[in-house]
Design a protein around this ligand. Structure first.
Ligand SMILES: Nc1nc2c(ncn2[C@@H]2O[C@H](COP(=O)(O)OP(=O)(O)O)[C@@H](O)[C@H]2O)c(=O)[nH]1
Ligand SMILES: [Mg+2]
Length: 324
């Protein structure tokens, strides 16, 4: 079986509607990767978490793992599945420049000690990639295989492409995109000093991007440094983020919202709520906590309070200590 060089799936020419389809088995890419790379056209896939789970279970327990998390979500939920981990916090470019990297690293080291090293990077800005490479080489295990894992869309494949381009003679590039489930199976790339294994990662079923169409994914994904939006809340009222979310508050507070700069936030009174009761999340927020709505925003709260968040999507909303 030949594998697609873009997403790792076995190529096949029998079923047009199944992953890996190509009219010519001698081509390097499946039709889906070809269309995604050349025309930016996205085709949904039918893979589920079981498939991804199987791929992840095939990672040897003593292998070196690069666990990639976007700083927008900072999702380390599956970290404990691995033993020899370098945590890579990526998309540094979308967080405000004024934040100090060491503070971010200290934040993570207060949550977990299951790692060999941590690095803060931006693949698109080539930021800290030399330092990350040194850390990978320092922690290489006997096999020299390095597995890249993390949530889908955390930025694994983009990082791998940068490593291939900057540190090898290879001109191979795997497929990357805004959309979840771009990488479909393991892809092995030998770059000399070690062997990279890209993986699909974990499907983030609780993220808003698994619930919305590609137009909305484009709209909500920050691609520039986020300009934080501060609000001094007085008494009670609502803040509404486009059609995605409504926040009802009942006490004075100072909050800062981190989200894509082009999204609109409007103030409203508590009346005229068009969301359904089923869409409501009741949240008790401790002082100095963030509310995280994965891939849409995080909201920094200063004071302890109770709020209701309404959103029509099946997503998880959680709180954490202030990241910033
Ligand atoms: N702003 C920014 N976006 C990134 C960075 N790395 C990846 N992305 C974007 O995140 C999305 C998902 O990237 P991809 O590498 O396909 O994620 P994967 O599913 O983990 O392999 C793409 O739209 C990338 O352009 C980064 O360093 N900064
Ligand atoms: Mg990928």
């Amino acid at each position: 079986m030949t594998k697609c060089l873009g997403c790792g799936i076995n190529l096949q020419s029998e079923n047009k509607n199944k992953e890996g389809y190509t009219t010519d088995l001698n081509r390097p890419l499946c039709e889906r990767c070809f269309r995604l790379k050349n025309y930016g056209e996205y085709q949904k896939v039918s893979l589920d978490n079981n498939t991804y789970d199987k791929i992840l279970k095939s990672i040897p327990s003593d292998a070196l793992v690069v666990y990639v998390s976007s700083l927008f979500n900072l999702n380390l939920h599956y970290l404990d599945k691995f033993k020899n981990v370098i945590i890579v916090l990526t998309k540094r470019d979308i967080l405000p420049k004024s934040i100090i990297d060491d503070k971010i690293k200290n934040y993570v080291s207060a949550i977990t000690n299951n790692y060999l090293d941590i690095e803060v990077i931006s693949s698109v800005k080539n930021y800290n990639l030399d330092s990350l490479m040194n850390k990978i080489k320092k922690h290489l295990q006997k096999s020299k295989d390095v597995y890249f894992v993390g949530m889908t869309s955390s930025g694994k494949s983009t990082l791998i492409n940068k490593i291939i381009k900057n540190y090898s003679d290879n001109n191979y590039q795997v497929t990357t995109s805004l959309y979840p489930s771009t990488t479909l199976d393991k892809i092995e790339i030998d770059i000399g000093a070690f062997k990279i294994i890209d993986t699909p990662g974990f499907l983030n079923t609780s993220s808003i991007i698994n619930n919305i169409g590609i137009k909305d994914i484009k709209k909500i994904t920050p691609n520039k440094e986020i300009k934080p939006r501060s609000y001094q809340l007085k008494g009670e009222g609502s803040l509404i983020i486009d059609n995605y979310l409504r926040l009802d508050y009942h006490t004075d507070n100072n909050i800062v919202i981190y989200l894509a700069n082009n999204l609109h936030i409007t103030k409203a009174s508590l009346a005229n709520n068009t969301f359904k009761e089923d869409d409501k999340h009741n949240l008790k927020i401790e002082k100095n906590s963030d509310v995280v709505i994965e891939d849409l925003c995080f909201i920094k709260f200063t004071k302890k309070c109770q709020v209701e968040i309404y959103t029509p999507y099946k997503i998880s909303i959680y709180t954490r200590h202030n990241l910033i």
